[in-house]
Design a protein around this ligand. Structure first.
Ligand SMILES: NC(=O)c1ccc[n+]([C@@H]2O[C@H](COP(=O)([O-])OP(=O)(O)OC[C@H]3O[C@@H](n4cnc5c(N)ncnc54)[C@H](OP(=O)(O)O)[C@@H]3O)[C@@H](O)[C@H]2O)c1
Length: 254
């Protein structure tokens, strides 16, 4: 039996684990595999994937390489969030060190359409620098990590939405909405109006579950500061969806 490690914590990671679990899918699943999904353990109540799940860091690229050897992993699919650059780098190093085939499953970024007023920036720090010139009441949807990049801004009111509460340091004028997608355009428009939001800050995470805020911002004519993705490690193949990952696994593992 071949062993596949899915580095997860995303909708795609869960979908791939389900797709590789024959009893859960109507599609023909690839030949018998042992599937292990790995989560970082950041969220208090994570949505658990099908199959085996392990939770917590590996201890850097060396720890991950040790784990790949000890658990006799035949292939790794890095289905982590597009902004989880640390684990993606570690996966590339560990895969190279152990000779384990590695694929990155990365959903496409958000699609810009006519009427969008997007302001792309390379980092959260650049978003924080631009923000005070663009608005006074911001909807911040960057997850709970990274809020510290905005902590020094005292002329801006923040409405921050995340699954779990962010940790200090936080900006002086700050409220938290604990919520988890998928979100609707209608709901997002209502939120933007109720809170008198005049600018959004988001990462270019992509995915249908959180795209509604961009449509709502377009409808209301609001600017959106969009933090660009970090690059995928050099030389690692990338597919945009679960079926691409299944095909890659079939080619690799038969
Ligand atoms: N960053 C985001 O915006 C975001 C959004 C939604 C979901 N997530 C998910 O949350 C997790 C953590 O994201 P992050 O941005 O904090 O990661 P990160 O900065 O890339 O990784 C930091 C460390 O966390 C551990 N880690 C991360 N993902 C792991 C996984 N799937 N399994 C085991 N260990 C993992 C690793 O620790 P060791 O070095 O000890 O192995 C890694 O070095 C990821 O699984 C990601 O898919 C992230």
């Amino acid at each position: 039996m071949r062993h596949v490690l899915i580095l997860g914590g995303t909708t795609e990671g869960r979908a791939l684990a389900a797709r590789l679990t024959p009893e859960l899918t109507a599609e023909p699943a690839p030949a018998a595999h042992r599937i292990t999904s790995s989560l970082a353990g950041r969220t208090a109540q994570p949505r658990l994937p099908a199959g085996e799940v392990r939770i917590g860091g590996f201890g850097g690229p060396e720890g991950l390489a040790d784990w790949l050897r000890a658990e006799r992993v035949d292939a790794v699919v890095d289905a982590t969030h597009p902004f989880a650059a640390g684990i993606s780098r570690n996966a590339a190093l560990a895969a190279a060190a152990t000779g384990t085939p590695l694929l990155v499953l990365r959903r496409p970024g958000f699609t810009r359409v006519d009427g969008d007023h997007w302001l792309p920036v390379p980092s959260l720090a650049a978003a924080a620098e631009l923000l005070p010139r663009r608005g006074e009441r911001v909807l911040l949807t960057i997850g709970r990590q990274g809020v510290a990049a905005f902590a020094h801004l005292d002329g801006v009111h923040f409405v921050s939405r995340s699954v779990d509460p962010p940790e200090p340091p936080l900006p002086p004028s700050f409220e938290v909405l604990l919520d988890r997608g998928p979100f609707t355009v209608q709901g997002e428009e209502a939120l933007l109006r109720e809170r008198a939001i005049d600018v959004l800050v988001t990462k270019d995470s992509g995915g249908a579950a959180t795209a509604a805020k961009l449509t709502a911002a377009r409808c209301l004519g609001l600017p959106v500061i969009v933090v660009q993705r970090p690059p995928v490690p050099d030389g690692v193949p990338v597919v945009p969806d679960v079926e691409g990952a299944v095909r890659w696994l079939e080619q690799r593992l038969g």
